[in-house]
Ligand binder design. Structure first.
Ligand code: MSP
Length: 632
């Protein structure tokens, strides 16, 4: 049996639900999987959730839920959102599942029996947010290099002899240039390893959550050691037919979890077990909001399905087609080496230019002209040689981009096919040929165009599967799902009849483009007391304030409202410096629908009077009241 093409995503922490940053890794993996399926590979694509982390247990506590119930709910939410994004995984592994726990314990026992694990004392720092052990020298101003809070830990732990694998790791990385991509990250990994690897603590004191060390109730396995094992647990190692899957062909991830974990600890664990290493580890860049990585703790989350639903509402298309617009955007802007800054305007712009103007309108023009000039049927005619060469070249660039896992370049190659199609319309002017009665030439041009529409359907398919199905239905053909057959023209058979339909995507007009500034309040003469009571007002204390980049009006405030924390953007920067407001109490509307401003979510509004010159005059309580006190 030929080996299956095994693709993995990282397994996601279930302390919060996916955003477009986490979705990026999964969507990129899905595009790889769909492309490889089209290439005839027997793909096995696995994703899942990482549930044994301390921060997960703490998130459950903060939500006031049983940890198991909490992880069940959040994990289900991941599945739902991946389903909504049309991610076609073959298996979904959870680290609280018995099959995973059993495998982790087996790995631990085998490595221990082989002398790779020993018991010692750990004394050092621990970053709960990144679930990472840190040395004193790693800290910057008392925080982790990423700026996370750290805790001092002193405990008896089991250690993995990572140091013993240093030379073998370097050798493997240097001898296998495709092992770590992109190249810049490979260099980072090499310099990290060359600095000298310390043995790694792989257990924590048992605090009631996590995989127990076999035969030692006092310890649970460190979440990273545990999580990495999912990649072999999902394929049934050490029993069954795991050899049909292993080694993984590609393990996708973001750059933050490549160096220490996937490119160092994980391969060393595999070497200790005598297993082959994954063929390729890809560590893509981040999606940024402003200058910051998108993350829940920063309050700048963009939820992928909300982005799709919002577009669907503005342009009146189905959620599935709007999801494809999100997928396309992710692919086209996929940060590989460098990070990418997300903005709502950029999303709208790419939708309008690439999907509406070029793709949807281009295809619509071809289908309408077929109806107008050729009776709605494929006319007889030869496919243009020059168009064929151009499209074949674009497919070759797509293929070589995919070999390097450059989804952004592959999406670029797909849009170049769309561009060629539009160019062919503009230069060959079928309407002129029709007017002149040049039937034979018109036939060749129209059949070439229809063939190009078909190729567009195929090259877009790994990125935008619903959109491709829609194009196939316009052409009245079954899906173009075999890569090797994409350039063939037999299905664009003369006489074949097409469907008549409206354009796939509607343009966003200026009014409907996402704007990130103030919306005017509707004017109402009178309201009832019940209306007023709907507005929930509270006393809040300003914990922190900072200016918002590229805005001279906005301050980003962190507020304490009772036992809750909220981020609010307020247009008061011209009257109040951060120092003048930090520590003071303000009045906040707490039940206002959150909205995005300059890339940040504003979870409320603070009250201010409009001064004579339009300046903001903050309304402050006459004397200190407990934070969170209701206001009427
Ligand atoms: N649980 C670990 C992974 C264990 S794998 C054995 C973890 N989980 S995570 O939920 O924090 O992150 C999962 C993935 O999402 C990582 O690849 C990470 O790089 C990616 N991203 C999270 N935020 C991101 C952005 N803002 N931009 C791009 N990718 C980001 O780490």
């Amino acid at each position: 049996m030929p080996k299956r093409y095994y693709i993995t995503t990282p397994i996601y922490y279930v302390n919060s639900v996916p955003h477009i940053g986490t979705a990026l890794t999964t969507v990129a993996s899905d595009m790889t999987a769909r492309y490889q399926r089209m290439r005839g590979q027997d793909v096995y694509f696995v994703t899942g959730t990482d549930e044994n982390a301390i921060k997960v247990a703490e998130a459950a506590q903060a939500a006031g839920k049983e940890t198991q119930q909490f992880v069940d709910e959040v994990s289900a939410e991941f599945r739902r959102i991946w389903g909504g994004l049309n991610v076609q995984f073959d298996d979904f592994i959870r680290t609280t599942e018995e099959r995973h726990v059993r495998t982790v314990q087996e790995v631990f026992s085998r490595l221990k029996d082989a002398g790779h694990i020993y018991l010692d004392k750990y004394e050092g720092w621990y970053d709960v947010s990144a679930e990472t052990f840190l040395k004193e020298s790693d800290l910057i101003d008392g925080k982790s290099p990423e700026g996370n809070e750290v805790r001092w830990v002193q405990e008896e732990n089991y250690f993995f002899r990572l140091s013993a694998f240093q030379d073998r790791l370097i050798q493997h990385i240097e001898a296998n240039l495709e092992f770590i991509l992109p190249e810049t990250r490979r260099n980072e990994v090499l310099s990290f390893i060359r600095q000298g690897l310390r043995d790694s603590a792989i257990t924590r004191t048992n605090a009631g959550w996590g995989v127990q060390v076999p035969g030692d109730e006092g310890h649970v396995i460190y979440v990273w050691f545990d999580a990495l094992i999912n990649y072999i647990a999902a394929i049934g190692w050490p029993d069954g037919d795991w050899q049909n899957y292993w080694p993984a062909d590609v393990e996708w991830m973001g750059k933050d979890i490549l160096v220490r974990f996937h490119a160092t600890l994980w391969p060393a664990m595999l070497m200790g077990l005598g297993l082959d290493l994954p063929k390729t580890l890809v560590g893509h860049g981040w999606v940024l909001m402003g200058d910051e990585k998108i993350s829940k703790s920063k309050g700048n989350v963009v939820a992928p399905l909300e982005l799709a639903d919002d577009l669907a509402a503005r342009v009146g298309c189905s959620r599935e087609l709007a999801v494809d617009a999100v997928r396309y955007y992710m692919a086209r802007t996929m940060p590989f080496e460098n990070d990418y800054r997300f903005t709502y305007e950029d999303f709208d712009l790419k939708y309008n230019t690439d999907l509406v103007n070029d793709l949807s309108n281009g295809i619509h023009r071809v289908i309408s002209m077929t109806h107008n000039f050729c009776g709605g049927k494929v006319p007889p005619g030869e496919i243009s040689k020059s168009a064929h060469e151009e499209v074949a070249a674009a497919l070759r660039s797509y293929e070589s981009a995919m070999v390097k896992f450059r989804i952004d370049e592959a999406a670029g190659a797909a849009s170049s096919v769309v561009k060629s199609l539009n160019m062919f319309i503009d230069t060959r002017k079928p309407w002129d040929l029709n007017r002149r009665g040049a039937t034979e030439e018109l036939g060749g041009v129209m059949r070439t165009l229809l063939w190009m529409v078909r190729v567009c359907e195929g090259v877009m398919r790994p990125i935008t599967p619903t959109l491709s199905d829609k194009i196939a239905s316009l052409l009245q053909l079954s899906p173009a799902d075999r890569w090797d057959e994409l350039l063939g023209d037999a299905v664009i058979a003369p006489g074949h009849e097409l469907a008549a339909q409206d354009p796939i995507y509607q343009r966003l007009d200026k009014k409907k483009m996402q704007e990130e500034t103030k919306t005017e309040a509707p004017s109402v003469d009178e309201i009832t007391i019940e209306d007023f009571m709907k507005v929930k007002l509270r006393v809040a204390r300003v914990l922190d304030a900072e200016p918002v980049q590229d805005s001279d009006k906005l301050l980003r405030l962190q507020l304490i409202v009772g036992d809750e924390r909220r981020q609010v953007l307020a247009g008061i920067a011209q009257q109040y410096t951060p120092d003048a407001i930090i520590g003071r109490q303000v009045i906040v509307v707490t039940n206002l629908k959150p909205r995005k401003m300059r890339g940040f979510e504003s979870q409320g509004m603070i009250l201010a009077a409009d001064g004579l010159d339009g300046e903001a005059i903050l309304l402050l309580p006459d004397k200190d009241a407990p934070d969170g006190t209701p206001v009427h």
